[in-house]
Design a protein around this ligand. Structure first.
Ligand code: ADP
Length: 164
């Protein structure tokens, strides 16, 4: 059933350091998604472990360590976005994990290009600018991890009559 839902987005340290905060957030706002929470956070090892709790199990210790270290290289912008089927729609705008496989028009496809093979052979993380929750139950876990309820807002946008 199509429904209005919330999802967690992180603008990763590469997006922040490259000065892409405004352009990336614009993509979501242009699609009619509503920002209902936002803040800048310096991740620590504990938050990285909680956020990527299954990454080691899925891809091994090396990928987890690379990713956890990368996420602590500088501050991230955390966002909660609201919209119709927001979890799937945000993933669609973000694109595939590896930027070279991500279609033009997606955030990862337009602002990055590196491949899985390049990341693996150079033992570097796939710097892909954005994290977005993968499934509604992950979104709930991640929003609770990153935001207190007092940091999330209910309000109406002027565009809502046409966008939701
Ligand atoms: P997504 O972010 O697209 O949901 P995953 O949850 O599968 O992707 O992986 C989390 C993050 O870990 C990716 O965004 C990427 O930064 C990093 N990553 C995953 N697999 C690799 C890999 N093989 N090599 C380098 N980095 C990886």
């Amino acid at each position: 059933m199509a429904t209005v839902e919330r999802t967690l987005v992180l603008l990763k340290p590469d997006a922040v350091a490259r000065g892409l905060i405004g352009r990336v957030v614009q993509r979501f706002e242009d699609a009619g998604l509503k920002v209902v929470g936002t803040k800048m956070v310096q991740m620590d090892a504990e938050l990285a472990k909680k956020h990527y709790f299954d990454l080691e199990e899925r891809f091994g210790k090396e990928v987890f360590d690379l990713t956890a270290n990368f996420m602590q290289m500088g501050p991230v912008i955390a966002l909660v976005l609201e919209g119709v089927d927001a979890v799937a729609n945000v993933r669609r705008l973000v694109g595939a994990t590896f930027p070279n496989e991500s279609a033009p028009g997606t955030i990862r496809g337009d602002f990055a290009h590196v491949s899985k093979a390049y990341s693996q052979s150079n033992k570097i993380v796939a710097a892909n600018l954005v994290h977005a929750s993968g499934k509604p139950d992950e979104a709930k876990y991640e929003i609770d991890l990153w935001f207190d309820s007092a940091e999330l807002f209910d309000y109406q946008t002027v565009a809502e009559k046409y966008t939701f």
